[in-house]
Design a protein around this ligand. Structure first.
Ligand SMILES: Nc1nc2c(ncn2[C@@H]2O[C@H](COP(=O)(O)OP(=O)(O)OP(=O)(O)O)[C@@H](O)[C@H]2O)c(=O)[nH]1
Ligand SMILES: [Mg+2]
Length: 296
């Protein structure tokens, strides 16, 4: 019997959803950073074996939105709940169930789907704290399974995968077996560049950054010429992104180039143009252009 289904990973920002997804897939497909609200879209990745096909949906962290982009992010995360077979609720060890987590669980109460509690980052917590957190959560919500893991270290991730496949319904192969994600290479490229900006810049700037491809051309020498705009919200942010004598931008460019070349298996010329677009995160037309779909 072949099994298949959609599995969403939901939780507050920064709990490790994207890290877990990459670990489950065995390769790095979605971006990860230590800043909250890193993921902006629902990204489907596809894990196929001879017995099953799982479509994982990485979602933006659920939070209280402060701008239109945030609203879109939260809405798209919530929308996935209706269309999946299984929900992985991800959180981290803590003394109390925080407001954010309680809110998400209240939302899940109304949904007739299997829900797993996945307690991540056990590598940086004591066993005692892990046990206490598990007890608190299981008295608050009736989970179908409870799995403490470390997505970063890969601990218990195989156990989790086994529980997921056990709980999948019988179903068809939705995607060709060689397909690993439903997004285009170009999108992954813009995300790779955004990730390097997130990694290297301090708190305030990265959230206001978006990346759009302006040129993507294969040249005669087989190199690929890629030009992108990196949008930010303020002149002062532009200065920070470029850095002293262009040092910061050069670093972002070098790291991005390495990742993109690995992805494409070809040499690339990468140019990043930093531009100021004030309040793009509240501009519906611009959001749409940037691929943050707003009607969905
Ligand atoms: N110690 C430890 N750190 C982890 C673990 N999993 C993820 N992290 C770190 O937590 C941070 C956030 O990880 P992400 O995977 O980007 O978190 P996310 O939930 O996708 O965040 P958003 O997309 O912003 O909602 C990164 O710095 C990760 O390296 C873990 O198991 N242990
Ligand atoms: Mg994420």
């Amino acid at each position: 019997m072949f099994k298949s289904g959609y599995v969403t990973i939901i939780g507050r920002p920064n709990v490790g959803k994207s890290t877990l997804l990459n670990k489950l897939m065995g390769e790095k497909l979605v971006i990860v950073s230590n800043k909250p609200q890193t993921t902006r879209n629902n990204i489907h990745t596809i894990l196929t074996s001879k017995d099953y096909q799982i479509i994982f949906v990485d979602t933006p962290g659920l939070h209280k939105p402060k701008h239109k982009l945030g609203e879109i992010m939260v809405k798209s995360a919530k929308d996935t709940l209706k269309n999946v077979d299984l929900i992985l609720f991800l959180t981290n060890p803590d003394d109390e169930i925080g407001k954010g987590d309680a809110m998400i669980l209240e939302e899940l109460r109304g949904i007739d789907k299997k829900v797993f509690l996945v307690l991540n980052k056990i590598d940086e917590n004591t066993q005692e704290r892990v046990a206490q957190t598990l007890a608190k959560y299981s008295s608050f919500f009736d989970f179908d399974e409870i799995v403490p893991i470390s997505a970063l270290k890969g601990k218990n991730v195989d156990t989790l995968l086994k529980l997921i496949t056990d709980n999948l319904p019988e179903g068809p192969m939705y995607y060709p077996e060689e397909m690993v994600a439903d997004v285009q290479e170009r999108f992954i490229i813009t995300e790779m560049i955004r990730e390097k900006a997130l990694r290297n810049l301090s708190e305030e700037v990265p959230h206001g950054i978006a990346v759009e491809i302006v040129t993507f051309k294969e040249q005669e020498d087989n190199r690929i010429n890629i030009e992108v705009n990196m949008l930010c919200e303020k002149e002062s942010h532009k200065g920070i992104i470029i850095g002293k004598n262009g040092a910061m931008l050069l670093k972002i460019k070098k790291q991005s180039k390495a990742d993109i070349e690995r992805l494409l298996g070809k040499k690339v010329n990468l140019n990043i143009w930093v531009k100021v677009r004030k309040e793009w995160r509240d501009n519906p037309a611009l959001l749409k252009d940037l691929g943050y779909d707003f009607k969905k």
